[in-house]
Design a protein around this ligand. Structure first.
Ligand SMILES: *[C@@H]1O[C@H](CO)[C@@H](O)[C@H](O)[C@H]1NC(C)=O
Ligand SMILES: *[C@@H]1O[C@H](CO)[C@@H](O)[C@H](O)[C@H]1NC(C)=O
Ligand SMILES: *[C@@H]1O[C@H](CO)[C@@H](O)[C@H](O)[C@H]1NC(C)=O
Length: 790
């Protein structure tokens, strides 16, 4: 190649015109030995002498000679590699000056070598890669200088033009030495972050040489993207009362930018202050959390405006709708709207006494409330309009049984779990005067011994009235009435407050033994109620009456003589002393004694019968006139007694009667003489009857001796004092003394055994009262009361 170049381009230039110097022009990089020119010829030197004259190319100093002379031909040839770029760099003309030296004689011929450039170097960039950073926000038309390429060659062989591989964004502008990239289309980092451009530098040589470089464009981020939320609207549902830090929803926004430009933070947009008290948002991760109390009853839903902002302040917004769901967190509340308190006890069943209202702040089922009251009260709840209930009585009220009700109303909602509350309503029952006073006993009995002191307390009655205050205040009073024709108030008085019954006067058992009064107990209500009770007053006996002898009559007033037949046998009844006692019981229990007699052995008297009988047969020697003094004693403590005289005449013949006068005159005063006749006549009549009876009886006695005197003689009742028997009219038996009666067999008389003495006015309940009628005297039938212990 170099040879071909040599043929084509080597030309010989002889520059001798100006300075006589010879110069050669040839291309660089010719092979060693390549022919440059024939210098011998050019200098007119003899070729043959060259060798002898030691011709040579000389260079000043130690520099390279680059060329040599061929001694045989006188040609100048290339002796060294000649690189123009090395020798002359960028200089357009490259001239090497050398001398041709000849000796004998020394001749010095300077010559020049003009080195022609060939395109043996390619354009070259400094770096293999050029890095450029461009803001994505750079405007269209912006210019970016790129370091140019270099080519060691000069002239046409140096860099002549550049070309840029086609790309989207840049075009090339190369003028002179400056190479610029012009932004033809805006960059978008988010689309393409890095761009590689291929820049080629071309020289003008032939063949053309080129060099390339890669321009690495890094697109720098600009904050050209706002954050974008993943949803336009977020919806969340949150139960009320959710604890603090419960995550409600997480919003998220992305920002296409990078670094600080893409750093998204979250915050509330424009929201009310109270919303911020309820929710908080995490600036970093967008978590919306509960921060305070969430109460469905206060707010049922929240609209939160959330802002997402990147580092340099681009922001966007979204909406979060939080629906609060109800939780059964409100207990029903019971309101007593009205209450009739107190309620009169006489209200009829079904009366409304109160109105109850129930409210629950929750909603739906949590708000539905059922109301009830406890079972054991006479009230019920009747549902009324909406959440109203009527409290109604279900039965009759009775203040005296239950005066206060604690009505517990319980309200339960339908939530799950259900909540309930209760309220106690205190209801009082007002009194109505519906109870009359009631005596503690059906009837009262008072016992008093006769001759009591006026003013003494007989008994106390008491009535209860369960009504309230004056409706239950009892006042006692005596109902008007009469006792023995006198008003009851003259016998008794009653203390209106205490019910104590006092005697107003002294009572006499012999006058009356008992009486009844009616006492009323009345309350103070209006109208008042009352009830009555019977108070029976029993007067008990005191031995204040002496026995009263009915027969024989008192001495002086009568002149009675009994005839005793001379033939009377021992045991014959000759007469009887008849005495009564106004008292009763023991006080009227009489005993008879002969205290003095003419012939003590002749007559006996029945201790209780008063029958005078012969003790032995009458004999002729017995005195005709017999005189007995009989004492009658009652059994009271102390006992009272009376005495009488009995005149007996032992005779069969009334003719002997005149002697009676003597007897009487012996003993008694003469004032009675005139009455004696009258008495004698009447007694004689009686006596005759008596004798007939005795004879009859004696006759009968032989066959049926025990019926001797039964029913034979009756003393007219007029002789007897009133109330001689202690049996009261009602049949209720009371006695200060109680007896057991023993009837001795074989005897006509009754023996009474004294058992015990009660001062107690009441009878033991387990005792049965019996009436035992004992005939202890054939003439009088007296009833004795006995109590047999069962
Ligand atoms: C009703 O409650 C009151 C107060 O708690 C109490 O004093 C009263 O004895 C209660 N009455 C009844 C009838 O339970
Ligand atoms: C007594 O009863 C009457 C009705 O009979 C009633 O009006 C009055 O309030 C009652 N008195 C008292 C103190 O309860
Ligand atoms: C009480 O006695 C009076 C008079 O005897 C009578 O009119 C009234 O009905 C009686 N009352 C009662 C409750 O028994």
């Amino acid at each position: 190649m170099m040879g071909r170049h040599m043929c084509c381009f080597i030309f010989f230039l002889l520059w001798q015109a100006a300075n006589g110097d010879v110069s050669y022009s040839f291309q660089e990089e010719m092979k060693r030995g390549s022919h440059i020119g024939n210098i011998a010829k050019d200098l007119n030197l003899d070729v043959n002498t060259l060798s002898s004259r030691n011709a040579r190319v000389d260079a000043a100093g130690n520099r390279k000679r680059y060329c040599d002379i061929s001694l045989s031909t006188g040609d100048l040839i290339v002796a060294d590699r000649i690189d123009r770029e090395e020798l002359c760099g960028e200089k357009l003309s490259c001239v090497i000056k050398r001398d041709l030296v000849l000796e004998n004689p020394l001749e010095l011929h300077p010559f020049s070598l003009h080195i022609q450039d060939i395109n043996d170097n390619s354009p070259q960039f400094n770096d293999e890669m050029i890095n450029i950073e461009i803001q994505e926000s750079a405007d269209r038309g912006a210019r970016f200088v790129v370091e140019e390429a270099h080519d060691a060659d000069v002239g046409q062989n140096s860099v002549q033009q550049y070309s840029l591989k086609k790309n989207d964004n840049f075009i090339l502008a190369a003028t002179g030495n400056t190479v610029e990239l012009i932004l033809d289309k805006e960059l978008d980092r988010e689309k393409q972050e890095e761009i590689n451009l291929l820049l080629t530098a071309l020289d003008g040589g032939s063949p053309q040489r080129s060099g390339t470089v890669v321009i690495h464009v890094t697109v720098l981020d600009a904050n050209d993207n706002a954050p974008v939320f993943s949803q336009a609207v977020y919806k969340a549902s949150l139960p009320e009362n959710s604890p603090v830090d419960t995550v409600v929803v997480t919003v998220s926004a992305t920002d296409a930018d990078v670094g600080v430009n893409g750093d998204v933070t979250y915050d509330f947009g424009h929201v009310a202050e109270d919303v911020k008290k309820v929710f908080s948002i995490d600036r970093k991760n967008g978590e919306i959390k509960v921060n305070g109390r969430v109460d469905f009853e206060t707010v049922t839903s929240y609209d939160l405006r959330i802002k997402a902002k990147d580092g340099l302040g681009l922001s966007s917004y979204t909406k979060v709708t939080v629906d609060i769901t109800d939780v059964n967190d409100n207990v029903p509340v019971i309101y007593v709207k009205s209450l009739a308190n107190p309620v009169p006890e006489n209200v009829s069943p079904g009366t409304e006494v109160g109105i109850i209202n129930v409210q629950d702040a929750d909603s739906d089922n949590n708000q539905k409330v059922h109301c009830s009251i406890q079972q054991n009260v006479p009230f019920k709840l009747v549902p009324s309009i909406k959440n109203y209930y009527s409290l109604v009585t279900t039965g009759q009220l009775d203040r005296e049984l239950v005066s206060d009700y604690n009505i517990t109303i319980t309200a339960t909602d339908e939530g799950s779990p259900p909540l309930s509350s209760s309220k106690t309503v205190q209801l009082s029952v007002a009194d109505i005067n519906d109870n009359p006073p009631v005596f503690e006993e059906q009837s009262y009995s008072a016992y008093v011994t006769e001759n009591n002191k006026p003013g003494s307390t007989l008994c106390s009655i008491s009535a209860r009235d369960p009504d309230w205050r004056q409706n239950g205040t009892v006042i006692y009073s005596l109902l008007p009435g009469e006792v023995n024709g006198a008003p009851v108030s003259s016998y008794l008085s009653v203390n209106g407050d205490t019910g104590a019954i006092h005697a107003v006067r002294s009572f006499d058992y012999e006058q009356f033994r008992s009486f009844k009064v009616h006492v009323m107990a009345r309350d103070n209500g209006s109208p008042p109620l009352s009830s009555n009770v019977t108070v029976s007053v029993f007067i008990s006996d005191v031995n204040d009456n002496s026995p009263q002898i009915l027969y024989p009559g008192p001495e002086g007033n009568s002149f009675m003589t009994e005839l005793v037949p001379k033939a009377a046998h021992g045991g014959s009844l000759v007469s009887k002393v008849i005495a009564v006692d106004a008292d009763s019981g023991q006080n009227a229990w009489l005993s008879y004694h002969i205290v003095k007699s003419t012939d003590p052995g002749l007559f006996t008297i029945g201790l209780h019968s008063g029958e005078i009988r012969t003790q032995r047969d009458i004999s002729e020697s017995d005195s005709m006139k017999q005189n007995l003094i009989v004492s009658v004693k009652d059994n009271g403590q102390p006992s009272l007694s009376a005495t009488c005289s009995m005149y007996l005449l032992i005779s069969d013949n009334l003719a002997e009667v005149p002697e009676l006068k003597d007897i009487s005159y012996d003993e008694k005063n003469s004032k009675l003489t005139s009455y004696l006749i009258i008495a004698l006549v009447s007694v004689s009549t009686f006596f005759l009857t008596f004798i007939i009876i005795i004879l009859g009886v004696r006759f009968c006695r032989r066959r049926k001796p025990r019926l001797l005197f039964d029913g034979a003689v009756a003393i007219p009742s007029a002789y007897l004092p009133p109330n001689y028997a202690d049996v009261d009219g009602t049949g209720t038996l009371r006695s200060t003394y109680n007896y057991d009666a023993y009837l001795t067999t074989g005897s006509r008389t009754s023996d009474f055994k004294f058992v015990t003495s009660y001062n107690d006015n009441t009878l033991p309940a387990d005792q049965t009262l019996r009436k035992n009628t004992i005939h202890y005297f054939p003439f009088v039938s007296i009833t004795i009361t006995n109590i047999f212990t069962v």
